[in-house]
Design a protein around this ligand. Structure first.
Ligand code: THU
Length: 142
């Protein structure tokens, strides 16, 4: 996937990538064998991470991003300031369509999504670029 590069070299970003990398081996992915780790930093500065959790009933599986978001909400934070995703992939792994909407629920359009690979490839993109024209609360106003 081609995406515009944005700044991604801060130490805060590196800590996020490291957190995603550290938790990735805990992923439960016996069916796809594709382990994904995600980590996000919330408005409080805390880092929350998650992994994909698959299920023998395939559609019941959940993505790493969803796990990180659930951890953030359970801890009482509600705003994503930056998020990183990592997997063993030939190119930086982007959040799936459903996760883009999940991320957008708690992140503004200018929040950076860092997409990385276990081999060290990194690419960053903004939430607004990943999900342009997102369905938001505004659309439900009469
Ligand atoms: N997956 C994630 O966890 N996050 C993504 O952004 C892409 C896909 C998971 C879902 C499934 O367990 C596996 O990767 C293969 O699709």
């Amino acid at each position: 996937m081609k995406a515009p590069l944005v700044n991604q070299t801060s130490s805060a970003s590196k800590a996020l990538i490291e957190a995603a990398k550290t938790i990735r081996p805990n992923a439960y992915a016996p069916y796809s064998k594709f382990q994904v780790g995600a980590a996000l930093r919330s408005e409080s500065g805390k880092i929350y991470s998650g992994v994909n959790v698959e299920n023998v009933a395939y559609p019941e599986g959940t993505c790493a991003e969803a796990g990180a978001i659930a951890a953030m909400i359970a801890a009482g934070d509600q705003e994503i300031k930056e998020i990183a995703v990592i997997a063993d992939s030939p190119s930086p792994v982007p959040p799936c369509g459903g996760c883009r909407q999940k991320i957008r629920e708690f992140a503004k359009d200018d929040v950076t999504v860092i997409m990385t690979t276990t081999s060290g490839k990194e690419q960053s993109i903004l939430v607004g670029q990943l999900l342009p024209g997102a369905f938001t609360l505004d659309h439900m106003e009469s």
